[in-house]
Ligand binder design. Structure first.
Ligand code: ARG
Length: 464
């Protein structure tokens, strides 16, 4: 990056050059250079429209296009030294174009301002990233759903308050994660649908006196339509906030998911094994295998929540229309995009590689009296009021704690001490298999329901 003084694009009314610190402080080229593709695409659409409107000739349009495509190649090859004196990606490209093609380059900015230009660029950039992120969410969903299919009948303890509650299947647990991801996906698409309008033509704030065709530029750039109000067009950053809200909710979900993976890989749980390639060791403790990837995803949620707050505070109280404050929208937005992409990649690569420790999950489910509710339901079916059944089962659990026996390990005689309506059919409901199989309805944990739910979930992802 060069800091040498270069004549600015707006020097006409100024009597002294910009202070070197101020130039650096006000520049955005350090971070907005990643918009170069979209800035060039926006400029080509704008120039094409100017030609239709009779503002540029055929030849001028051709020169502009050729020049911009050359700049694109140079930028892709990393051959451009972006200049701080030229402030941002827009003026860097425009100045370069003029250096290349001469005076015609100076006509590109006719009927346009950096205010509508940047508003357009970020939308174009974010839209591409959203489309990629959507495919990554789908990839993760498929991984989660396939774990559910594979382990539809593997029994684990289900928890409330992190205390063993009732047995569930691992597949059912996986499909809970899929539901969250499904909602994240639809939130992302909502954000895309609302932001897909073209601000070009709003110019600085009030529109322009040239005979522009806003519908044409909108169409050329794949927007649904032009934005309605020029003041709103240059100042609105709702879409960046909305994307960050989506990203925050997604990362909140992934951090919960991470927390479970971290717990489950511990010796105390030992529910799953994470392959070595997703873990790291300790420099001092030779026995350690740490679940760094889920831990880091859990930690990365912090920066994304921070970015959402940063953008909300950035926009709060800004009067219409454009203010330089808005330049601060980019770094939080870019950081959230990068973080979301990395975290989704980490998860979509890691989830298919998880192996469950089925025996150990099964043993854990057996230890916590997880079929106590099933015994109460059994007594109710035999005619006992639920509150009384709750009391009877509570007493048998107390007895089990004292004698270190699970309900399914007690003899019929032992169980009948608590209620004489208990018969030997009770053992069908006291087993873990009986307990999960009995929850046989939509949204329930029975293995057949998990298989059916996984098929429905997969079909939803496939139809995208
Ligand atoms: N770099 C600026 C931004 O990111 C571009 C728009 C500048 N407009 C202006 N009037 N200073 O917002």
């Amino acid at each position: 990056m060069t800091e040498k003084t270069e004549s600015t694009m707006w020097g006409g009314r100024f009597n002294e050059p910009t202070d070197a610190f101020v130039a650096r402080f006000t520049a955005s080229i350090q971070f907005d250079q990643r918009l170069f593709h979209h800035d060039i695409n926006g400029s080509i659409a704008h120039a094409t429209m100017l030609k239709q409107a009779g503002v540029l000739s055929d030849e001028e349009l051709n020169d502009i296009k050729t020049g911009l495509e050359e700049i694109r190649q140079d930028a892709m090859a990393g051959n451009i030294e972006w200049s701080i004196a030229l402030e941002d990606i827009h003026m860097n490209i425009e100045k370069r174009l003029t250096d290349k093609i001469g005076v015609t380059g100076k006509k590109l900015h006719t009927g346009r301002s950096r205010n509508d230009q940047v508003a357009t660029d970020i939308r174009l950039y974010l839209r591409d990233e959203i489309d990629f992120i959507a495919t990554e969410i789908s990839r993760l969903q498929i991984a989660v759903i396939e774990q559910a299919e594979k382990n539809n009948a593997a029994i684990m303890p289900g928890f409330t308050h992190l205390q063993t509650a009732q047995p569930v299947t691992f597949g059912h647990h996986m499909l809970a994660w899929n539901e969250m991801l499904e909602r994240d996906f639809s939130r992302l698409l909502d954000c895309r649908a609302r932001m897909n309008q073209c601000p070009l033509g709003a110019a600085a704030l009030a529109g322009t006196t040239y005979p522009i065709d806003r519908a044409l530029t909108a169409d050329l750039l794949g927007f649904d339509k032009p934005t309605e109000n020029s003041l709103d067009s240059v100042s609105d950053r709702d879409f960046a906030i909305e994307f960050n809200a989506f990203a925050s909710i997604l990362l909140m979900h992934l951090s919960r998911f991470s927390e479970e993976l971290v717990l489950w890989t511990s010796a105390q749980f030992n529910f799953i094994d994470l392959p070595d390639r997703f873990c790291t060791g300790s420099s001092i403790m030779p026995q350690k295998k740490n679940p760094d990837v889920p831990e880091l995803v859990r930690g990365k949620s912090g920066r994304v929540f921070g970015n959402l707050t940063a953008l909300l505070v950035l926009m709060k109280s800004q009067p219409l229309a454009y203010n330089k404050d808005n330049q601060e929208d980019k770094e939080p937005l870019f950081d959230s995009i990068d973080t979301v992409k990395d975290c989704l990649k980490a998860f979509a690569d890691m989830i298919p590689a998880i192996e469950i420790e089925a025996d150990s999950m099964y043993e854990a489910a057996k230890r916590g009296f997880s079929t106590a509710t099933d015994l109460a339901d059994y007594l109710v079916r035999k005619g006992m009021p639920f509150r009384d059944a709750h009391e009877v089962v509570g007493e048998s659990v107390a007895y089990g704690l004292k004698t270190r026996k699970d309900l399914s390990e007690m003899t019929l005689e032992e169980l009948q001490k608590f209620s004489d309506i208990i018969g030997d059919d009770v053992f069908d409901v006291l087993t873990l298999e009986g307990s999960v199989a009995a929850r046989d309805h939509i949204g329930g944990t029975a293995p057949v329901q998990v298989t059916a739910a996984a098929a429905r979930a997969k079909a939803l992802v496939a139809q995208r």
